[in-house]
Structure formats: structure tokens, C-alpha cells
Design a protein around this ligand. Structure first.
Ligand code: GLU
Length: 445
């Protein structure tokens, strides 16, 4: 870090105390910016970097709701509208007990650069609540979503802020949120949320997009070395929406995925994950990953432990932030892993990234590799705006083209900035340049 950038970082820490994940996300981007800022002195004049590190608006609200027994619960809702230079704020909602302002800010900050990398006209934002959907009935989830939207609706709009899903928020929750938004505003504003059901304005491929996109990105990384996913052993962590569709696409591209995990432990299935069983357990029954091992004789369940101890050629962390620490990176290097591709947001700790780099393992950062989800959200917004519906094949081809474009841009930018193959540098610089140019052009706002 240059001293100017160091000062900006110190200021971020001072003004945002007790938000380690946000500090981590900012640090990672600022670490990449030295050479860029040396070339662009105009960004210092209007404090462009400082403005990009400060959210445009941070909304925190009370979400009261009643459970099935009539007991009252009070959760906290968040929406951080980070940057609207490129388009309306865009980013998911996360419902998980770990959600707090710092988590939402780290996710919103990442989203700004990720969305810029897609090349689509979308700004960055993120939101959510510390609500824990685990073990809640459908009626409870619906009441919670309705209460959440009763406050949030006033901040949303297809030209203002367009949420989608993230951890704990899938098609069911988006449906409840959309219904309540429509009821309160009396407007059928399809483009106000993405990830909608196909019967009311949703887009084909949005469900699959993040996982498919990560697999496409992995294929692009291997292709640089004349390799492919065909015949490769792949480890995936997580068992949610991103993980399931990463497994599906890796399998279609000829790879064998041997793992999946949840907060309780992981499964190893050397024969390759049986996708039908995985979908039944996680999407239909909302069960635990251990249920998979109960049904598939070739699988074993390991309670606790680290999924990254399983030898693989390709690792795709699809669970949550900081799930792949230094010790896991050491195990991956030792076992001969070729590339790590982030399906989740910031799953790899900075120490782990260093170990991977020094061990010669290719690394695809989440803001590039998992951008397929939000890119397809932008395609959903396009279809809503034109009242059109595209085929699965057409939409998937667009997604594939977008992922190829993101990889190429990160790759070329890393070369241009003197560190070929460093996709962290490439993604941060390319994303930053896109946002900074628009922020600068729009004056001091
Ligand atoms: N939550 C997803 C992400 O991390 C998707 C956001 C969206 O589609 O708006 O990018």
C-alpha cells in the first residue's frame, strides 16, 4: 500500500469500528490500487476512493413479527445502498443470525466492484436481517418477510434499489417480499426484485446462474493453461443454491464433484455427487447434508472437520465468508490443487490467498467468479423492462459470454498492471476503474 492509500484505509477503520469483514474487503481492494492511482491523479482531487469506501446510504430498521405460538420477536433489518454511479443499487438480501451492519457493508462493498465487472448498468447494495430461518415454518417466514418489506419498500424501486436473494433468501422469500411490495405500493413493478418465480416475472437461469457462472469461470481459468474441467476431481463446499448449481455445471463439463458441506460437517462421495438426491435433500426437504449420506451408500459423512482436507484438482468454496482459512490453503497446496474459485463472497481469508499464491494455485476471486448471479439478475431486469421472456438456451449463452468477458478483463488487466495471472489484482483494478470513472464524471455527490 502507498502512504496515501494507507491513510484512506486507516480512516475507514477509524470511522467503521468493530466491522472486521468490512475492513478486510476494503483492504483487499485498496491493496490493489497503488499503480492505478499513480496513473489517475484526478481521482485524488475529488477523493474518489474515499467516496467509494463510504456508502451513499445506510438503512437500519426494526422488524417485529409473531411466531406460530404468538410469541413476539424483534429482528434488525439492514439495507446498505453503497454506490449508484452505474445504475440502481443492486444486490441480495441475507437472512442469517450472523448478519450485522459490518457484514452487510462488506457484502455491499464487494457488490459495487462485482456489478461493475459484469458490464451491466447496476450499482451496488446489500441488505438482510439477523433473522434465522432455520426451523421456522412457512407461515413464520411469510410473516417475517411481510414485516421486513413493510419498512423496506419505501427505499426500493426499479430505478432506485433492486434487491434479490443471498444466504437464507431464495425463491420462496422473494415471492413473499414481492407480494407485500405490490400490496403496499399498488404497483406491479416486476423489476423491483430479482430472483422471482417464473410465474410472475422471474427469468430462466437466474436460479442456476451463480453456480453455473462459477463453473464457467473455473473452465476459463483452466483454459489459459490449455486444460479443462473434463476428468477433474472437484471439491465444493456449501449445499445451498450456489453449491448445487456449481455441482450441476461442473458435472456437465465433465468434472467429478466429490464433496458438499453445511455448518454441521461435510460429505465425501468418490463416485461423484448424486445431484438428484442433493436437490431433494436441500431444495425440497430443506434438510441437512448428513441426510445425503444416509441415502447414498457410496457417501460418507464427516461431522465437523474441514472439507478442504479432501484431495482435489479444483476447489470451489460456495458456503460463506472466511470459510477457507490458512490451514485449509496449506492442505489444498499439499494435495496438489490447481485452482480455487470463489462461489461465495470472500470465502478465502487473506492469509489463505497468500498461501495459495505462493503455492502456485490459481485463484479466482468471488467478485469476478460469482458475478454470474447478479449478471443474470440484470438480464431479468432487462426482460422485465421489455416485458419479454427469453429461452433457457439464450439466457445461458448470455451468462456464459458475460463470464468469459469478466475473466478476460481480469486476466488482461492483471497483465497490464504487471502481475500476470493475479486475478485479484485484475478484478479489483478493472472493477475500480469502471466505478471510479463514473463517480468522477458525476461530480461531487
Ligand atoms: N446475492 C448475490 C450476490 O452476492 C446476487 C445479488 C443479485 O442478484 O442482486 O451477488
Amino acid at each position: 500500500m502507498t502512504s496515501a492509500v494507507e491513510r484512506i484505509y486507516d480512516d475507514v477503520i477509524r470511522r467503521n469500528p468493530s466491522e472486521p469483514e468490512f475492513h478486510q474487503a476494503v483492504r483487499e481492494v485498496l491493496d490493489s490500487l497503488g499503480a492505478v492511482l499513480a496513473r489517475h491523479s484526478e481521482y485524488a482531487d475529488r477523493k474518489t476512493v474515499e467516496r467509494i469506501c463510504e456508502p451513499e446510504r445506510q438503512i437500519i430498521f426494526r422488524v417485529p413479527w409473531q411466531d406460530d405460538r404468538g410469541e413476539v420477536h424483534i429482528n434488525r433489518g439492514f439495507r446498505v445502498e453503497f454506490n449508484s454511479a452505474l445504475g440502481p443499487y443492486k444486490g441480495g438480501l441475507r437472512f442469517h443470525p450472523s448478519v450485522n451492519l459490518g457484514i452487510v457493508k462488506f457484502l455491499g462493498f464487494e457488490q459495487v466492484f462485482k456489478n461493475a465487472l459484469t458490464g451491466m448498468p447496476i450499482g451496488g447494495g446489500k441488505g438482510g436481517s439477523d433473522f434465522d430461518p432455520k426451523g421456522r415454518s412457512e407461515a413464520e417466514v411469510m410473516r417475517f418477510c411481510q414485516s421486513f418489506m413493510t419498512e423496506l419498500y419505501r427505499h426500493l424501486g426499479e430505478y432506485t434499489d433492486v434487491p434479490a436473494g443471498d444466504i437464507g433468501v431464495g425463491g420462496r422469500e422473494i415471492g413473499f417480499l414481492f407480494g407485500q411490495y405490490k400490496r403496499i405500493t399498488n404497483r406491479y413493478e416486476a423489476g423491483v426484485l430479482t430472483g422471482k418465480g417464473l410465474s410472475y416475472g422471474g427469468a430462466l437461469v437466474r436460479t442456476e446462474a451463480t453456480g453455473y457462472g462459477a463453473a464457467f469461470f473455473a473452465a476459463e481459468m483452466l483454459a489459459v493453461h490449455g486444460e479443462s474441467l473434463d476428468g477433474r476431481t472437484v471439491s465444493v463446499s456449501g449445499a445451498g443454491n450456489v453449491a448445487i448449481y456449481a455441482v450441476e455445471k461442473v458435472q456437465q463439463l465433465g468434472g467429478t464433484v466429490v464433496t458438499a458441506s453445511d455448518s454441521g460437517g461435510y460429505i465425501v462421495d468418490e463416485k461423484g455427487i448424486n445431484l438428484e438426491v442433493l436437490k431433494q435433500v436441500k431444495e425440497v426437504e430443506r434438510g441437512r447434508i448428513s441426510d445425503y449420506a444416509d441415502r447414498v451408500p457410496s457417501a460418507r459423512y464427516v461431522a465437523g472437520g474441514s472439507v478442504w482436507d479432501v484431495p482435489c484438482d479444483v476447489a470451489i468454496p460456495c458456503a460463506s465468508q472466511n470459510e477457507l482459512p490458512e490451514s485449509a490453503a496449506v492442505a489444498l497446496v499439499r494435495n496438489g490443487c490447481r485452482i480455487v474459485v470463489e462461489g461465495a463472497n470472500m470465502p478465502t481469508t487473506p492469509e489463505a490467498v497468500t498461501v495459495l499464491r505462493e503455492g502456485g494455485v490459481g485463484f479466482g476471486p468471488g467478485k469476478a467468479a460469482n458475478a454470474g448471479g447478479v449478471a443474470t439478475s440484470a438480464l431479468e431486469m432487462q426482460q422485465n423492462a421489455s416485458r419479454d421472456r427469453w429461452s433457457f438456451e439464450h439466457t445461458e449463452a448470455r451468462l456464459h459470454e458475460i463470464m468469459r468477458g469478466i475473466h478476460a478483463r481480469c486476466h488482461e488487466t492483471a497483465e497490464e498492471y504487471g502481475d500476470p495471472g493475479n486475478l485479484v489484482l485484475g478484478a479489483n483494478v478493472a472493477g475500480f476503474l469502471t466505478v471510479a470513472e463514473a463517480v468522477h464524471a458525476q461530480g461531487l455527490v
